[in-house]
Design a protein around this ligand. Structure first.
Ligand code: CA
Length: 379
C-alpha cells in the first residue's frame, strides 16, 4: 500500500484586468494556495484552501509533517490527527482552511488510488448534473452601475443560467434599486439571490427585506455579522426571504452553533475552509438533522469547484418527496483565470446545469504549464 511521501504548496496569483469590489474591499488580483499530496509510488491528489494564501500555506507547512509516512486511504483518521494537533490554535480561520485543503487533496488521491470518483467514495451521487447559479454582479466605481448590473444579469440568463446572485451592501436605498433593476432585466422565471457579505445591522437588513419583499428573492445571504447569531435568529423569524450563511463558519461545531440558533434556512459551507470533504459530510448530516438546506460556497479554482460538485451531487434534500427541489452549487462568474485555465477539463454550464465528473478522484487534472505561469511561491 502506498504511503504519503510529501506535501507541496503552490501559491498561484493572477492580476485582474478589471478591478471590482463588494461590500468589504476591492479585488485587483486573485491569489490561492494549492496543495499537492504525493505518495511514495508517485500518485498524487490536489486540494486548495479558501482564504489568504500565505496563511493557508503556513498552515499546510505546519500540518504536512504529521502526515508523511501515513496511509493516504485513511482520510478520516488523518483528519482527526490534523484536527487534534491544530484544535488549540485553529477552531476557525487559515489553519482550518489548510486542513481543508489537505483533506480535499487526500480524497482526490484516494479516488485515484482506488480508481473511483470522489462521489462514489462519498456514498454515491443521486444526480448526474448539478444545478448551478451564477455569482457576479459586483460593484465598480464608474457611473451607470445599475444599468451595467442589469445588462450583466441578463447576460447570465442568455448563457443558460436559471439562477443569479447579486451583491448588495452599498446602502439600503441603492441596493433596493439595484435589486429591482436586476429583477426587471432577468424576468420573473429566473431565481435571484442577494448577498451583503455581512454588511448590515439588523435594522438595516430588516429595512432591505421590507423594500425588496416583492422581488421574489430565493435567499438573502450573509445579511449580518457572522458572529451575530441572535441577530440572525431574529431576522430570520421576521423575514419572508429565506436567510443563508456559512461561508465564514468552520467545522461541524461552528455549524452546530448556527443551526441551534435557528439562524439560517440555507447553510453554505466552503469545502476548502469548513474542514474539507470529511467535515463537509458531517456538516451536511447535521444540516439534515435540523432540516436546513446545504448549498456550498465556492469561489476559488477548478479544484474547489470540483470538490463542491462531487459533494453536492451526493447530498439529499429534506423532507423527501416525489418532486424534490434540487440543491444549488455556486458558480462564480467574475474574472478568474485561476478558475478557468488551471484545471481541465473545463466545467461547462448548460441550461443552468454542470455535469458531475466520473473520472477517478475529483476528475480533474492540473495544467502544469499554466500552473508555472501563475506560480508565485512553492514549498
Ligand atoms: Ca457570499
Amino acid at each position: 500500500m502506498p504511503t504519503i511521501a510529501r506535501l507541496e504548496t503552490f501559491v498561484v496569483s493572477q492580476a485582474l484586468q478589471r478591478r471590482f469590489h463588494f461590500s468589504q474591499w476591492h479585488y485587483d488580483r486573485r491569489t490561492v494556495c494549492l496543495v499537492r499530496v504525493t505518495t511514495d509510488d508517485g500518485r498524487y491528489g490536489w486540494g486548495e484552501g479558501y482564504g489568504p494564501a500565505d496563511g493557508v500555506r503556513a498552515g499546510i507547512g505546519f500540518l504536512a509533517p504529521l502526515l508523511v509516512g501515513s496511509d493516504p486511504l485513511q482520510t478520516g483518521m488523518l483528519w482527526q490527527h490534523m484536527h487534534r494537533r491544530s484544535l488549540d490554535f485553529a477552531r476557525r480561520g487559515g489553519l482550518f482552511a489548510a486542513l481543508s485543503a489537505i483533506d480535499v487533496a487526500l480524497w482526490d488521491l484516494k479516488g485515484k488510488i482506488l480508481g473511483v470518483p470522489v462521489h462514489v467514495l462519498l456514498g454515491g451521487k443521486r444526480r448526474d448534473a448539478v444545478q448551478v447559479y451564477a455569482t457576479g454582479l459586483y460593484f465598480d466605481e464608474e457611473p451607470g452601475l445599475q444599468d451595467r448590473l442589469a445588462t450583466e444579469a441578463a447576460g447570465y440568463v442568455a448563457q443558460g443560467f436559471r439562477a443569479v446572485k447579486m451583491k448588495v451592501g452599498l446602502g439600503v436605498a441603492t441596493d433596493a434599486a439595484h435589486v429591482c433593476a436586476v429583477r426587471a432585466a432577468i424576468g420573473a422565471d429566473v431565481k435571484l439571490m442577494i448577498d451583503s457579505n455581512h454588511a448590515f445591522s439588523l435594522r438595516e437588513a430588516l429595512e432591505l427585506v421590507r423594500r425588496v419583499e416583492g422581488q421574489e428573492l430565493s435567499w438573502f445571504e450573509e445579511p449580518l455579522s457572522p458572529d451575530d447569531y441572535e441577530g440572525y435568529r431574529e431576522l430570520r423569524s421576521r423575514s419572508s426571504i429565506p436567510i443563508a450563511a456559512g461561508e465564514c463558519e468552520y467545522g461541524v461545531a461552528g455549524f452546530h452553533q448556527l443551526f441551534s440558533a435557528r439562524a439560517v434556512d440555507i447553510a453554505q459551507p466552503d469545502l476548502c475552509a469548513c474542514g474539507g470533504l470529511t467535515e463537509g459530510q458531517r456538516i451536511a448530516a447535521l444540516a439534515r438533522a435540523h432540516f436546513v438546506d446545504v448549498t456550498p460556497h465556492c469561489w476559488g479554482t477548478g479544484i474547489g469547484f470540483a470538490a463542491g460538485l462531487h459533494f453536492i451531487s451526493t447530498v439529499d434534500m429534506t423532507p423527501g418527496r416525489l418532486r424534490m427541489p434540487e440543491p444549488f452549487l455556486e458558480m462564480d462568474r467574475t474574472e478568474n483565470a485561476l478558475r478557468d485555465e488551471l484545471t481541465y477539463p473545463r466545467f461547462i454550464q448548460k441550461d443552468g446545469m454542470v455535469t458531475v465528473p466520473d473520472a477517478p478522484g475529483l476528475g480533474i487534472e492540473i495544467d502544469t504549464g499554466r500552473l508555472n505561469q501563475f506560480l508565485v511561491t512553492t514549498s
